[in-house]
Design a protein around this ligand. Structure first.
Ligand code: SIN
Length: 343
C-alpha cells in the first residue's frame, strides 16, 4: 500500500516534470504568450469628454504609440467597470492597475488629503497647482503605499458649484436641503455647517437621486454637472467656486515595481506629459460645460456678488478649525498663503 503510493507519487512526479518540460517548450515556442503586452486596466467614473476622461484617453493613445506591443491600456470611463469606492479595493488586489480617483474619496484610507476639501481654501486651480508642486504635495504620492496605492501625479477637474431646487444666494437658502456629497468627512462637515443634510453617494447614483427627490441638491464642477446631466434635474446652480475636485493618478506599487525599468520610466514620462496637457485644459473644459448648461436653459446660473460670496465663506470657515488637528494648522496656513497676492 505504502510502496504503491510511493510509486504513484514517483510516477506523478516524473509525469509532472515531463508535462512541465512539454509546457515550457510549448510556451518557449509561443512568441505570442511570452511577449504578451502588459495590460493596464484603468477604470474611472466620469464621462469621456470631462477633464479626466480626456486625460485618460490621451494616456492610452500615447502608450499605444510609444510602447506599442509592450503595454496595452484599457480605459473604462463613466463608472462602466466599477465605482470609485470599488476601484480602491480593485487596485489594492491587483484587479486593475491604474486609477485617477477624486482626492475627496481617499478619505476612507487616510486623512492626508483632507486639505483639498476645505471650503474656500484654494481660490483657483493655479493655487492648487502650486500647493501640489510643493514638498508636501509630492510627499502625498508615497503616503498610502501601505494601502497599495502609489501616486504618480495630480490631475485637475475644476472648482465646485452648488446646484439645487432654489436659488442659493446665501447659506440660509441651503438650510434643510439634502445634499449629495462625495465620500468625505470634510464635505459632510461643510454641509452640516450650513444646516444642510449631507448624503454620501457614488457619482453614478446622483442623477436618479436628484430626479426622484432622494436628494435635493449637490456640489460639483461644471464639467461633471454638464456631462452627468445634473442640470436637467436641478433648477439652479450657484457659482460659488467654493471647493476643488482633482484626482490622484495612482498605481498598485507591486505592479509598478514589477515592471521592466525601461517600461516603468516611459510610462512615468507619459503620465507626467499627460498631466501638463490635462491640467492646462481643465479650466476651458469646465467653462465650456458652464456655457452649454446656460445655453440649455434648463438650469439658471446664479452669480454671487462679492458680499454674497463672503457670506458663504464665513459660514463654512469653522470647518477649517474642526479638521485642523487632522490636517495640521501649519499646513493649512501654508496652503492659504499660496492663494494670497504677493506683498
Ligand atoms: C469625479 O470627478 O471623478 C467624481 C466626482 C463626484 O463623485 O462627484
Amino acid at each position: 500500500m505504502i510502496t504503491r503510493s510511493r510509486n504513484s507519487f514517483a510516477i506523478s512526479k516524473v509525469g509532472g516534470a515531463v508535462l512541465l518540460c512539454v509546457l515550457t517548450l510549448f510556451l518557449g515556442c509561443s512568441k505570442e504568450t511570452t511577449d504578451a503586452p502588459i495590460l493596464i486596466k484603468f477604470p474611472h467614473v466620469t464621462a469621456p469628454a470631462t477633464p479626466k476622461g480626456q486625460a485618460a484617453e490621451r494616456f492610452r493613445q500615447l502608450v499605444e504609440k510609444r510602447l506599442a506591443g509592450r503595454v496595452t491600456v484599457e480605459v473604462y470611463p463613466s463608472g462602466q467597470l466599477m465605482s470609485d469606492d470599488d476601484s480602491l479595493d480593485a487596485l489594492a488586489f491587483g484587479e486593475v492597475q491604474m486609477i485617477a480617483i477624486s482626492l475627496s474619496k481617499l478619505d476612507r484610507l487616510t486623512h492626508k488629503f483632507q486639505i483639498f476639501d476645505l471650503p474656500f481654501l484654494f481660490p483657483d486651480l493655479q493655487t492648487v497647482e502650486k500647493f501640489q508642486a510643493s514638498d508636501y504635495g509630492k510627499e502625498l504620492f508615497n503616503s498610502i503605499v501601505d494601502r497599495k496605492l502609489l501616486g504618480l501625479s495630480f490631475w485637475h477637474n475644476g472648482m465646485k458649484q452648488f446646484g439645487g431646487p432654489v436659488p442659493m444666494r446665501s447659506p440660509q437658502d441651503a438650510a434643510g436641503l439634502k445634499f449629495r456629497i462625495m465620500e468625505s468627512d470634510v464635505l459632510q462637515a461643510q454641509i452640516l455647517q450650513i444646516d444642510g443634510n449631507p448624503q454620501k453617494m457614488a457619482l453614478g447614483e446622483v442623477y436618479q437621486a436628484l430626479q426622484t427627490g432622494a436628494v435635493d441638491a449637490q456640489e460639483n464642477t461644471w464639467s461633471n454637472t454638464y456631462s452627468s446631466k445634473f442640470y436637467e434635474v436641478q433648477d439652479y446652480i450657484t457659482e460659488t467656486n467654493h471647493g476643488y475636485i482633482g484626482y490622484l493618478v495612482a498605481v498598485n506599487p507591486d505592479f509598478w515595481n514589477s515592471l521592466p525599468d525601461d517600461i516603468r520610466s516611459e510610462l512615468d514620462a507619459i503620465v507626467k506629459e499627460v498631466s501638463v496637457w490635462a491640467n492646462e485644459q481643465a479650466a476651458s473644459i469646465n467653462l465650456a460645460g458652464k456655457e452649454k448648461i446656460i445655453a440649455s436653459g434648463q438650469s439658471e446660473v446664479i452669480e454671487l456678488t462679492a458680499e454674497e460670496r463672503a457670506g458663504w465663506q464665513q459660514a463654512m470657515r469653522p470647518v477649517w478649525e474642526k479638521f485642523s488637528d487632522n490636517i495640521g494648522a501649519d499646513l493649512i496656513n501654508a496652503a492659504e498663503a499660496y492663494g494670497k497676492p504677493a506683498e
